[in-house]
Every structure is written in structure tokens, then in C-alpha cells.
Design a protein around this ligand. Structure first.
Ligand code: ADE
Length: 237
């Protein structure tokens, strides 16, 4: 997977992405990341990237030209026109399902806006996916881009150490994950549930499934409802 990020703050992306599992995946060449500074693509001698909005109003709007030239540079380098994800609260809300879909691509371009947004005409020209990471407003698209890149990268084969963990964690089957315990057996006056130390794999499986269901029903009744409906549908087939 190769990520391209079009941004006014490339160092924020580079610094945010080169630690932990993401950093290791990049060292191993499983994930590649290039942050391009939109400011490097201005034709203006002062490297100006924004201007006042037509029609008036507060704030500045990012100009179409440097964004377009930045995307064209990526396209001419790789000889194709990859999907472009524009991070905006006006997009579809990002989800595990969307992460799975996007993880199938060979390249992804993330476009990060700032100020009051980007000239609509370049969005119409290049954007294929409008994505939000939730119903709140951030100061720019960099954090949402990093959130998405992290969620997508862990679905790329080899990025996690065992293939299983990408699939068994929360959401992959529509339920939240069961609770986990490690040594010691007793701490803070609380014990590890007996069943986990029994060595009885079938009982452990059953206990974990029941915990997942109870936890989802309690903490995320919306997800639980969806999971129940799905299960009932499958039983009818
Ligand atoms: N830009 C600003 N807020 C955002 C959000 N919630 N999701 C994606 N991009 C954004």
C-alpha cells in the first residue's frame, strides 16, 4: 500500500506516522508514505495557497491550482489516477467496512484541507471519496487522514504479526471485543475469571462470546441491534 498525503503540514503527517506498528510496517516496506506539501505546487511567487472567498464571509479558501498540480504530479509519477479521499465533516462516516474496502487499493491519496475549505472546482475534478471521521469539527484534515491510514494499514497482510488479530478484534463480526487479562492472577482485589485458567478451550470460547454480546448490548446498543438483526437474517436463510 502506498499512501500519498496532500497537505500544508507534511511534517505533522511524517512525525505522526513513523512510530509503533505503522513505523515498523514502513521500515519493512509493507506501507509507503509520502507527504507532499501543497505549497510546493503554487505558481505564485509568494507561494500563496489561499485567498478570500467569493461572496464574502469569514476565513480563507484554499486555491484550486496548487492542489490540482500536486495531484497531477502524483498521477504522472505512477502512471495512473488513484482514488482521492477528501477529509471533511461533510463526508460519509468512516467505518471498519470502509477501511476494508480501501485496503484493497494499491495507492491512496488523502487531501487535507485547512481554513474554510478548498475551492469546490478542484474537489469536483479529483475527489472520489468524501470521508468524515465523526460528527465534530477539527482544524484540518491531517488527524483524520492519520486515523484512516492507521485503520487501513492494519488490514494490509503482514502489518500485524499474526493474521488473526485483524479479524478477531472489535467490529469485524459486529461485536465489541471481550475483556482481556494477564498476570498476576489477583490484583486490586480483583481476580482473573476462573474459566480463562481452566484450559478448556470450548468453555473459554463460549465465555468470550457471551462477554462480547453482553458488553455490546450495554455499551453500544446501536451495534447490538444491528448484530441481532444480522444474526436473525442468517438463521432464516
Ligand atoms: N476535517 C475537519 N473535521 C473533520 C472530521 N470530523 N472528519 C474528517 N475531516 C475533517
Amino acid at each position: 500500500m502506498k499512501y500519498y498525503v496532500m497537505t500544508l503540514f507534511p511534517e505533522m503527517i511524517e512525525e505522526g506516522m513513523n512510530t509503533s506498528i505503522m513505523g515498523k510496517a514502513m521500515d519493512q516496506g509493507l506501507i509507503e508514505l509520502e507527504a507532499l506539501n501543497i505549497r510546493d505546487f503554487t505558481l505564485d511567487k509568494h507561494n500563496k495557497v489561499d485567498d478570500y472567498p467569493y461572496g464574502g464571509g469569514a476565513g480563507m479558501v484554499m486555491e484550486a491550482e496548487p492542489v490540482y498540480r500536486c495531484y497531477e504530479e502524483i498521477c504522472s509519477r505512477i502512471g495512473k489516477r488513484p482514488r482521492v479521499i477528501y477529509l471533511t465533516p461533510q463526508g460519509q462516516v468512516f467505518s471498519q467496512e470502509k477501511a476494508k474496502d480501501l485496503s484493497q487499493e494499491e495507492e491512496l491519496v488523502f487531501l487535507c484541507g485547512h481554513y474554510e475549505g478548498i475551492d469546490e472546482r478542484v474537489l469536483e475534478e479529483i475527489v472520489t471519496d468524501y470521508m468524515s471521521i465523526g460528527d465534530y469539527v477539527l482544524t484540518g484534515g491531517e488527524l483524520p487522514a492519520m486515523v484512516m491510514m492507521d485503520a487501513i494499514a492494519r488490514l494490509v497482510p503482514g502489518v500485524l504479526n499474526n493474521d488473526q488479530s485483524a479479524e478477531t478484534e472489535s467490529f469485524s463480526d459486529g461485536l465489541l471485543e471481550y475483556p482481556q487479562y494477564t498476570r498476576p492472577v489477583s490484583i486490586l482485589g480483583r481476580q482473573v475469571p476462573e474459566v480463562l485458567m481452566s484450559g478448556h478451550h470450548q468453555n473459554i470460547e463460549q465465555w468470550r462470546q457471551a462477554q462480547s454480546e453482553a458488553r455490546t448490548r450495554e455499551r453500544r446498543p446501536d451495534l447490538y441491534e444491528k448484530w441481532l438483526n444480522n444474526k436473525n437474517l442468517q438463521n432464516k436463510r
